[in-house]
Design a protein around this ligand. Structure first.
Ligand code: ADP
Length: 529
């Protein structure tokens, strides 16, 4: 509400709207954002704890994955939501490092609060943070090592590091092998990886160790007729996105039949059309058909009679993957189907997994889409395993694409803190204070890793810093969370893609700057539902 000179009030905002300004607005935003970051802190690292989240319907999710926790939490505060966005962006860009990014953002905001208390203006802090973030990216690039795609043992280590702390360690080696083989199969000639080409099928039952890689695609469908073969070797596969039935006309048509003969010939005609479809499939030489639409009962019968296996209502995405792994082309018309459209697979087989039948299209030659079947004792186990495998697939995909990596265990962050402090002294002015704060904030990662492992954070930091400085400094020294010692993370094989770290630093600093620059929160009154 503003006031005219005459004292007459002018209503600007709708009744019920609230407005918070200046330091109060900043204080509220910083507190809300930090509270969210604080919530995921205890999950960081291999010794991090899990969270159990219960939604309004009573469904339970148990996870250690930062982005999953934040997505499941019903967060309302606008500044807190911005922190959730960091995790989402991190997840979209690299698929891992979500907790790291959020914890970093929380710490940057905490440090900025004390700067604000010292009357450093938010724009000065923002400018310092931006400079520090850009310098941090430069330092990280210099700390990075090259990856050779031939080094499978190293590629597996990326998967293992990404999966630590997520309940998959016991069979980490086996899963890592599956993941690396999957990514190597789907990488294209330009070195690009689309993780969607790896289909992950979850099935409760068995043990995690029963999980396997299928060199082809697994379809969660059964063959449509019991007389169809269960196993087809040297399969020739037709993919159809057209129905194998007679489509009803869109317009209401009336056919007048005046004699029983006419009816019979009408039915014969229909039957012939359906039979022709099967004849055509047979003629081009297909012995397996995957149809995206429906399949008429009669067609099912004829297909079975001809020893052709078929599945119907196959998802469009599955059809595309089948095309990639078998080399088939999806046909939109049975009439135009030709030999060249068919794909091949060494084996197509319906098998029972748990108590459900699934169709395995495997032993494909050079498949450009593959599947991973995940098994585990309970739904919660399989779900968490699925998240871990997804993260690991993304991480291996990123590293295969970028071919650059850094070491984990807080090594990069300690190095960043030290180098950024040196950089701060070259900047001068009040921005120097902000850059120093940014540098100190980096240490939250090793500190939290130590805390979560039940180690003394101060002792850990002191020993890490001493390893990183002076004569014989070891830039790759990080914390072994099992022994508490500062050791060479390169030797320990705790490795992460460079992009995980650069994105975490950029995402965290951008969000912190954005929250800091807000000095006025105008909230409309809530619409009553
Ligand atoms: P995020 O969601 O950020 O990936 P994680 O809980 O996966 O969070 O923890 C990642 C952190 O744990 C990284 O800083 C990584 O370097 C560290 N880390 C992973 N494995 C180890 C290990 N074996 N020893 C020490 N640190 C590790």
């Amino acid at each position: 509400m503003a006031q005219q000179q005459s004292g007459q009030p002018v209503i600007i905002l709708r009744e019920g709207s609230t407005r918070t300004r200046g330091r109060d607005a900043q204080g509220m935003n910083l507190m809300a954002a930090r509270a969210v970051a604080e919530a995921v802190r205890t999950t960081l690292g291999p010794k991090g704890m899990d969270k159990m989240l219960v939604d309004s319907l009573g469904d339970v999710v148990i996870t250690n994955d930062g982005v999953t926790i934040l997505k499941e939490m019903d967060i309302e505060h606008p500044a807190a939501k911005m922190i959730v966005e960091i995790a989402k962006t991190q997840d979209d860009e690299v698929g891992d490092g979500t907790t790291t990014a959020v914890v970093l953002a929380g710490e940057l905001l905490k440090r900025s609060e004390s700067l604000l208390d010292q009357d450093v203006h938010p724009t000065v802090i923002a400018s310092g943070y931006r400079q520090a973030a850009s310098k941090a990216r430069e330092i990280l690039n210099n700390l990075a090592f090259d990856v050779s795609l031939k080094d499978e043992a190293l590629l597996k280590e990326f998967a293992i590091t990404a999966m630590t702390g997520k309940g998959a360690e016991a069979v980490g080696e086996k899963l890592a092998d599956i993941i690396v083989r999957a990514i190597k199969a789907v990488v294209d000639e330009n070195g690009k990886v689309d993780v969607d080409d790896v289909k992950v099928e979850k099935k409760v039952g068995g043990t995690i160790g029963d999980s396997e890689l299928i060199e082809g695609i697994v379809i969660d469908k059964e063959r449509i007729h019991p007389n169809m073969p269960k196993t087809v070797k040297n399969a020739k596969i037709a993919l159809l996105d057209t129905p194998m039935e007679i489509e009803k006309t869109e317009i209401d048509a009336k056919i007048e039949i005046t004699s029983p003969d006419q009816l019979q010939s009408f039915l014969d005609q229909e039957e012939k059309m359906l039979k022709d479809m099967v004849e055509k499939i047979k003629k081009v030489g297909a012995n397996v058909v995957f149809c995206q639409k429906g399949v008429d009962d009669l067609v099912q019968h004829y297909l079975a009679k001809n020893g052709i296996m078929a599945a119907r209502r196959v998802k469009e995405s599955d059809l595309k993957k089948l095309a990639k792994s078998t080399g088939a082309r999806v046909s939109t018309s049975i009439d135009e189907l030709s030999k060249d459209d068919l794909g091949t697979a060494g084996l197509v087989e319906e098998r029972k997994i748990g108590d459900e039948n699934m169709i395995f299209v495997e032993k494909c030659k050079n498949p450009k889409a593959v599947s991973i079947v995940l098994r585990g004792g309970t739904e919660h186990v399989v779900d968490e395993l699925d998240r871990a495998v997804h993260d690991a697939l993304r991480v291996v995909g990123v590293v295969v694409q970028d071919k650059k990596y850094v070491v984990g265990g807080g090594a990069c962050e300690v190095e960043l803190a030290l180098r950024l402090k040196e950089f701060a002294s070259t900047v001068g002015g009040r921005e120097q204070l902000a850059i120093e704060a940014f540098a100190e904030a980096m240490e939250v990662i090793p500190r939290t890793l130590a805390e979560n492992a039940g180690l003394d954070p101060i002792d850990t930091l002191v020993s890490l810093r001493s390893k990183h400085e002076g004569k014989g400094a070891l830039k790759t020294a990080g914390i072994n969370v099992f022994t508490g010692e500062a050791v060479d993370m390169k030797k320990e094989k705790v490795v992460e893609p460079l992009r995980v770290k650069t994105q975490a630093v950029s995402g965290a600093s951008e969000a912190a700057v954005m929250i800091l620059r807000i000095d006025d929160v105008i909230a409309a009154s809530k619409l009553s539902s």
